[in-house]
Design a protein around this ligand. Structure first.
Ligand code: AHM
Ligand code: MG
Length: 332
């Protein structure tokens, strides 16, 4: 079979399945262009002299890396030109970004993103990624305010991530399954390589930052304890553990071979509500995982059902293989 580029794939879906309008196909091409550009910036590594930290912190009080800011600018610049968006919001910006007046074209959508997730890994040459979520802009709103962005994950039109790993990949869903594309650097195009990705329902692999163990809440402690008992314990199997500290890499591994990813709330994070951000990380990744047949929960409810109360809100995250997430949540 001929190799299909991202655009050819989307146009085929439009023609054969009647999904996506022209604007949506073009909009995803712009997302892909921004990710290609970020991929180049990340791949150049120390050659560009931008691997260090900046003096400033983002709204979450985290020290920003130079690349956090550079990739944030790339994502805005590439995606604002065509006029699909009424506004944008990012993990790296305190307030929503207002589209400059000369570029405003009554865009239908809102773009939310984390331009460089896992950026603490960038100095040590470990995979990082970009995560994005597209929402509809409420009808009649031309200059969206924070409240216009506070929509539950269930309303997402599209979400996805780019993984800058040993190869660069773009994985997307628009509510019709999940498909993965690999960047051919010689041609500068994303090609379809992973059609209709499905998360295996069972797993014996968990991903959690074990160094937080003493601060977890009881259900998480009990669940992990049972996993660690191996073949003699209640789970009756030997578990394996992985922790990249890069959510995109973790979720991608789970899409390929199954697993459960957890960033629970712990006593250190209690006031914040968790570590991961609902709008930029948890919701877009939940949409992907659920579309691939997996589950995503805060432990107490489906993440995409959470009614957001703030743009930078944090939530506990448990996602991955269906049967394992169900098992984990039964400990709550
Ligand atoms: P970031 O958006 O500031 O990079 O933080 C999110 C990242 C996730 O990719 C990853 O799962 C987690 O933080 C790692 O946390 P820890 O440093 O506690 O291992
Ligand atoms: Mg992040």
């Amino acid at each position: 079979m001929e190799k299909q580029t991202l655009s050819q794939f989307l146009l085929d879906e439009q023609r054969l399945r009647g999904i996506h309008d022209d604007e949506f196909v073009l909009l995803l091409n712009d997302i892909a262009t921004a990710c290609k550009s970020i991929s180049r910036a990340v791949c150049k590594g120390a050659l560009n002299g931008v691997m260090g930290s900046l003096e400033c912190e983002n709204i979450q009080g985290e020290t920003q890396k130079q690349l956090d800011v550079i990739t944030n600018d790339i994502f805005i610049e590439v995606n604002q030109v065509a006029g699909y968006y009424a506004g944008m919001a990012s993990e790296e910006m305190d307030a929503p970004y207002e589209i400059p007046v000369n570029l405003r074209k009554s865009g239908k959508y809102l773009l939310l993103f984390d331009p460089l997730d896992g950026s603490s890994n960038v100095n040590v040459n470990i995979s990082v990624g970009t995560i994005f979520s597209i929402l509809r802009c409420p009808e009649g709103v031309e200059n969206p305010k924070v409240k216009d962005y506070l929509q539950s994950g269930i309303t997402q039109v599209c979400s996805g991530y780019a993984l800058y790993g040993s190869s660069t990949m773009l994985v997307i869903t628009a509510g019709f399954g999940v498909n993965g594309f690999t960047l051919d650097n010689d041609v500068g195009e994303f090609y379809l390589t992973h059609l209709n990705m499905r998360v295996p329902e069972d797993t014996h692999e968990f991903a959690i930052n074990m160094s937080n163990q003493k601060s977890w809440e009881a259900p998480v402690k009990n669940y992990i304890e049972d996993c660690l008992k191996g073949t003699d314990g209640p789970r009756g199997k030997q578990f394996n553990m992985r922790w990249v500290a890069s959510m995109v890499a973790e979720v991608h591994r789970i899409l390929i071979r199954g697993g459960i990813f957890m960033y629970p709330v712990d006593s250190k994070l209690k006031d914040k509500g968790g570590k991961l951000r609902l709008m930029y990380e948890a919701n877009p990744m939940s949409f992907i995982i659920e579309q691939a047949g997996g589950l995503s929960s805060s432990g107490r409810q489906r993440i995409v059902n959470i009614k957001p109360s703030g743009l930078h809100q944090r939530v506990p995250v448990i996602m991955g293989s269906k049967n394992e997430v169900e098992m984990m949540c039964s400990y709550y």
